[in-house]
Design a binder for this molecule. Structure first.
Ligand SMILES: [Zn+2]
Length: 343
């Protein structure tokens, strides 16, 4: 089969790899119908050291179940399924509390040992805990929005929950990528009164406004903090969604929060410092981490199916599997917000 393999920064290839197949009795084999490229795929695209074997890529996908192992009960051949960006058993202590990204028997797609989503087929470990059956056909018009349930919409929702967004709150969203834009959708969905997006690109700003952003701040750093203070009666935002992952964005997020506020971090951290003493002196709670999107699929799915939210609009480019390398380039150059791959 064909799949995406990254060998070094800037070196992504679509090439022949061994066919995906069932290994354990708890596995399913999924033929991918839709996948996409993630903002987090751009971090290795910028700085991965050269590897002879390469890393299989992709962790967001929808597909058709082609076969299941003897122990699989919740999915069957022919089901259309969405996979969250981490696989999990659904039964351990962390899965039962809705934190499937910390599953004791789970893990992450791709790398050197497992198939990735940016390929023709994927072996799914722990299929019962991992996969969610979609009640639609593969050519359904909502497929782009359903695909966002594998990561970016669930991740934006997680940021909003960690930042304690609720009715009447003022919210600042740091980052205008697909996760930040989905964070705007999530904040509005949870009843926020004021949603301030920190972003610069006109196309992203326009989409954010349609998703519910009430104010746009194009400044960065200290100037952005001053602007958000002005917009919040000099108090700061109740809730801040950090959707970038760079140290500068984390520091800005902590500064944007008002006293007693909360910051939800979902940007994949690119530095190891924890942003000085800002959260300590302001009694600001800092939450967040990898979103347990598996826990949110059932909650968000009805809103997508009923058309209340339309996160699939973050996709502004669609192509076949062979376009993946150019899709990475386009996203890295910020020419595209997010790339959809159709098989
Ligand atoms: Zn588990």
């Amino acid at each position: 089969m064909k799949a995406t393999v990254m060998y070094a920064a800037g070196d992504v290839r679509v090439e022949k790899v061994p066919d995906a197949r069932l290994v354990e009795a708890s596995d399913a084999l999924v033929r991918v119908t839709h996948a996409c490229i993630c903002g987090s795929d751009l971090w290795p695209y910028k700085k991965m050291a050269r590897s002879d074997v390469g890393n299989r890529m992709g962790h967001e996908f929808i597909g058709l179940v082609e076969a299941v192992g003897a122990d699989v009960r919740t999915v069957k051949r022919g089901d259309l399924v969405v996979a969250p960006f981490a696989w999990s058993d659904g039964t351990c202590v962390f899965c039962r509390q809705g934190l499937q990204t910390s599953c004791l028997h789970g893990g992450w797609w791709g790398g050197t040992d497992l198939d990735g989503g940016q390929g023709e087929a994927v072996r799914i470990p722990q299929a019962d805990g991992t996969l969610v059956v979609l009640p639609v056909a593969r050519d359904h018009a909502l497929m782009p929005s359903l695909l966002t349930l594998s990561d970016v919409m669930g991740t934006g929702h997680h940021a909003a929950l960690a930042a304690k967004v609720g009715p009447g709150k003022s919210v600042a969203v740091v980052g205008d990528g697909a996760v930040g834009l989905c964070g705007v959708i999530a904040a509005r969905r949870l009843g926020a009164e004021q949603i301030i997006l920190l972003g610069r690109r006109p196309d992203r700003i326009a989409l954010a406004k349609e998703f519910g952003a009430t104010d746009i701040v194009t400044e960065r750093g200290e100037e952005a903090v001053a602007r958000v203070q002005e917009l919040t009666d000099d108090l700061g935002a109740h809730s801040v969604l950090e959707c970038v992952g760079l140290e500068e964005a984390v520091v800005t997020s902590l500064q944007l929060a008002r006293a007693g506020g909360a910051v939800g971090r979902v940007g994949v951290p690119q530095d190891n410092n924890l942003a000085g003493g800002i959260p300590f002196w302001k009694n600001v709670s800092v939450g967040g981490g990898p979103a347990p999107v598996r826990a949110y699929i059932e909650e968000l799915l009805p809103d997508v199916l009923e058309g209340h939210i339309e996160p699939g609009r973050v996709f502004d480019r669609t192509g076949p599997l062979d376009d993946v390398p150019d899709g990475y380039r386009a996203m890295n150059e910020r020419e595209s917000i997010k790339v959809l791959i159709e098989f």
